[in-house]
Design a binder for this molecule. Sequence first.
Ligand SMILES: Cc1cc2nc3c(=O)[nH]c(=O)nc-3n(C[C@H](O)[C@H](O)[C@H](O)COP(=O)(O)OP(=O)(O)OC[C@H]3O[C@@H](n4cnc5c(N)ncnc54)[C@H](O)[C@@H]3O)c2cc1C
Length: 445
Amino acid sequence: MSGAEVMVDVVVAGGGVAGLWTAAALRHAGYSVLVLEGRGGGGGGSGVPGQSIGAQGIIHGGMKYALTGEASAAARAIAGMPAAWEAALAGRSADGVDLRDGGGVRVLSPCTYLWTTPGVLSKLAGFAASRVLRTAVSGLDRGAWPAGLAGASKGISVYRVEEPVLAVDGVMAALHRQAGVVAAGRLGGEVVGEVDAARGEVVLRRADGGGGVGGAGGVVRAKQVLLLAGAGNVDAARALGAGGGNGQGLPAAQTRPLHMVMVRWPKGVSAPAEVFGHCVGPSNLPKLTITSATDSGGRRVMYLGGEVAEQGVKRDAAEQISAAKAVMAQCVPWVDVRGAEWGTCRWERAEAATKDGSRPDVPVLVEAGAGGGAGGLVVMGWPTKLAFAPRLAAMCGEHVRGRGVVPSGGAGAGGAEAARAALGLDVARAAPLPWEDGGVEWRAV
Ligand SMILES: Cc1cc2nc3c(=O)[nH]c(=O)nc-3n(C[C@H](O)[C@H](O)[C@H](O)COP(=O)(O)OP(=O)(O)OC[C@H]3O[C@@H](n4cnc5c(N)ncnc54)[C@H](O)[C@@H]3O)c2cc1C
């Protein structure tokens, strides 16, 4: 018996926030969508986990980018994102994405705070920039400081920034459900494919020729492929024949590494109040960005990013923990870390390349160079920030509609589920939060 041939409207490669939000929005618009998520597959993946679950969950509205005192293009572009997320959290997003799905996403903090180390007050004059942003930034009298900053000494300033912090595991779980069928398979690993230029479709099959309905190896045809696979985008494009085998003509991508630090307070050790926000020093990058959580064992965890994570890439875990302790002593000296345990984790932020290697200002969606210019049949995108996921999803939707791909009415999972079965793929499982990952080596230092 020969394998099944199943048609779907759209295949999305990548089950991070970009792929899942986009798939969810397309499903709401009536498209049948199969998501392929390559993590943990046996397809020789890069070993770099998807970034989304490692994000700090801050829904930026541009404040961080205004630290230079100017409202940069990035700041203006991201200003509408908190409102877009708020709409999705409340179930009234224009694209139909409803983050209330499955009980809702925890808002860990309705806002972030910005505080200074002594001697950088003048820097905050730059907050005139906030006038041209929609993000409200307001100075706080000491009595209004949050519990996590209450122990600070005099001589610092505290600001409230209207940028919420979300529980990223909840975001991913809600999007996973809304995205419909998320199959465990790497494009270029378990799943291979090629462009059928004559029909204007992409044809996908298993690399090993097996699996599939009836065990004979099925084929999936798609009218659109969206590569939203973060650091895996270029490899995924190559797997569809983009770049002519030598990489020529592929869109340029870049990665920027981070070495994040986690601190947790074991049971029996007095844990500090939660802290959410950025400690700013003299540079335009926060010295330290802290978000807080309670882990599955009921322990307080703080997750540390910012300058220390950028500069710590070359440090080993022990060196990075020492550096983070020193920065905490400067930025949050009132947080008692005696008895705490420390761990680190590494991530690659994946984006479209920029000339100087800096972060692009906006989400990017480009022709992937597959199929001899088959007119946008295969495109690749990067949101650049978690916060930009709704914007990139909207760009993908415009692209799909602009190509005249008509929704087959597959808002149910019918076609996509049949496609998963045809490829013989399991349903992808969610990745753990960094501090829930069994691979972390926790040290009491
Ligand atoms: C430590 C850290 C903290 C951050 N904090 C914030 C924050 O607070 N706020 C914010 O707005 N942004 C933040 N960001 C940025 C944000 O996380 C990213 O911009 C965003 O998550 C990117 O989403 P994505 O879906 O493009 O990529 P990813 O999350 O990397 O997802 C891509 C997925 O594609 C899969 N994949 C790869 N190759 C293939 C293939 N060939 N076939 C199928 N699947 C494949 C991968 O397994 C992965 O799951 C942070 C980033 C990092 C690293």
